[in-house]
Design a protein around this ligand. Sequence first.
Ligand SMILES: [Zn+2]
Length: 202
Amino acid sequence: MNIRDRILKRCLVALTKREYAGVRICDANVNDSDDEAFCRHVAQALELIQGADPRRFRLVTKELRFIVNQELWGSCGRYLRGIHACSVDYGRYDFARDEQWYLAELARLIIHDATHGYLHSRGIPSSKANRLRVEHVCLVEENRFSQRLGGRFAANLEEFHPEWVEAHYRTPWWTRLFRLLKRIREEHKKAQSSRRNREAVK
Ligand SMILES: [Zn+2]
């Protein structure tokens, strides 16, 4: 493990709010008002995987050490191999609209990132040459999990769009930075408004 990952790992250990089956649930985004809900929903998503799909749950606990809430520039999640972490941009999930649906979406993301971990452990890290194939395998695993859930989850499987994956990777750094700052601003505003609401209740 390099020095950057070692520092990152220490920070995440310090930011750990909860643990589920050895997976640390950490909050590193700017919005303090979502910490409790994030930890609860991640624990529930892990519980959902454990109940519906024990084999993939074993994979998750083997491959992921951390599940971290943080703003991301262009997706709901990201896998960090160096520290075996799944980053989640929790603010993008609309739990108020449909809690069960977004819980399944969160569980799918966790399985997606655990599959990245599994492939890496098997000597297949994601690279420019194979990223489409790797992302496709991860999506297939997500869909297999949805099929195990059955009902409306199995009826709405996600299609693979290679052009979306390519567009994501081809995004220049300045666009990524701009979008990340925009996401951080959005979460900062949510935190402010939640603080105002809490003060109004007092
Ligand atoms: Zn992926």
